[in-house]
Design a protein around this ligand. Structure first.
Ligand SMILES: NC(=O)c1ccc[n+]([C@@H]2O[C@H](COP(=O)([O-])OP(=O)(O)OC[C@H]3O[C@@H](n4cnc5c(N)ncnc54)[C@H](OP(=O)(O)O)[C@@H]3O)[C@@H](O)[C@H]2O)c1
Length: 315
């Protein structure tokens, strides 16, 4: 498994980061064993980077895989920590530390490699977010320094949701990495990612397969079984973008899963793709696809042009 240094840190992470968000939340679900096997298979294949959040309600399933695992001390955990959350009243350092303490216990580790910090507020728009950030940024930086000094966390990164939020948060004390949704049909953050690269800041791409739309399984939304989660009307536009991408890029038409897995890694500063892996066969396929990706600015530019065209047409 290829590894890349997350720029700005000392973390050498596998290019695939295991994402467990769609794992079962309860032991009654017959898919529990399949998901635990997928996680084990990912580690066996050399995945050393694991994403998780208390919000997913799935750490109960991860703990038994991790607690006696011989490679447990080599694994690097990135945890999503939204503090303040939607209805919180400002930033609470104790809440952030409690999230970290929960993760240390549930993931059976001594240190969180990267905290994916995010701040939320209502309405979910740039102006109130920027206002709130200005009020809390110093406290956030100080809290991370304290957690690092205690040995609980190694680094902090930020998931800013929007471009202006990303730029405003970039120089919070200790902020080492940008973490964002990024895939061939979701390029809103590309200019921000490229600015981060110029500053020597690393990047992690979330949902490279657009939740499963960008795979070779279903070329068209009408091919989905009616009760499939991707059959909902909200995915229609993503399937339209997918079709356009396949028309324009032969490599995407040939194997969409492969192309979408590799696409974020064509950026120099993208260290890993945080992807949902739900079975051993998905793990095997994606681990193979992610090997040996080289920087490819020409393909990135072509896909960006296509994205601009599509979003302009949509108005
Ligand atoms: N704000 C945040 O921090 C945030 C938000 C969202 C997600 N995340 C993280 O990102 C991870 C990935 O997000 P995501 O699951 O929404 O998007 P994704 O990684 O783009 O898509 C994952 C889906 O793709 C399908 N898939 C995987 N391997 C495949 C293969 N080899 N062939 C065909 N299909 C394949 C699976 O669909 P099936 O389910 O049909 O098997 C899987 O659920 C999450 O687990 C979570 O850790 C973070």
């Amino acid at each position: 498994m290829d590894k890349r240094r997350l720029a700005g840190t000392d973390l050498d992470v596998s290019v695939i980061c295991y994402g467990p968000m769609r794992a079962p939340q309860s032991n009654d679900d017959p898919a529990v064993t399949t998901h635990q096997r997928a996680m084990q298979a990912a580690i066996e294949r050399g995945v050393n980077f694991i994403h998780s959040s208390y919000e997913y309600g799935v750490r109960w399933l991860m703990t038994p895989v991790l607690q006696d695992h011989p490679q447990r001390h080599d694994l690097l955990h990135v945890i999503k920590a939204p503090v303040p959350d939607w209805d919180d009243d400002g930033f609470d350092p104790a809440k952030l530390e409690a999230r970290v303490d929960d993760a240390l216990r549930e993931l059976c580790t001594d240190r969180i490699a990267l905290v994916q910090w995010m701040w939320r507020c209502r309405p979910h728009e740039e102006p109130p977010r920027l206002k709130l950030l200005a009020q809390i940024r110093d406290a956030v930086g100080e809290t991370f320094e304290r957690l690092r000094d205690k040995g609980k966390v190694a680094h902090m990164g930020c998931f800013p949701y929007f471009p202006d939020s990303a730029e405003a948060a970039r120089d919070i004390h200790g902020n080492r990495a940008l973490i964002a949704y990024y895939n061939p049909i979701e390029l809103e953050m590309l200019p921000v990612i490229q600015n981060a690269a110029k500053r020597g800041q690393g990047f992690l791409a979330i949902r490279p397969l657009y939740e499963g739309v960008l795979t070779s399984r279903y070329t068209d939304q009408s091919a989905l079984p009616p009760n499939h989660r991707l059959a909902k009307p909200k995915y229609a536009s993503a399937f339209a973008h997918r079709a356009r991408l396949a028309n324009v890029l032969p490599e995407a038409a040939q194997d969409m899963t492969r192309f979408a897995t590799r696409f974020p890694l064509m950026l120099d500063n993208c260290a890993s793709v945080i992807v949902g892996l739900n079975s051993e066969s998905q793990v095997a396929e994606l681990c193979d696809h992610a090997q040996g990706v080289q920087p490819d600015p020409a393909t990135v530019a072509r896909v960006q042009d296509l994205y601009k065209d599509m979003t302009q047409q949509e108005g």
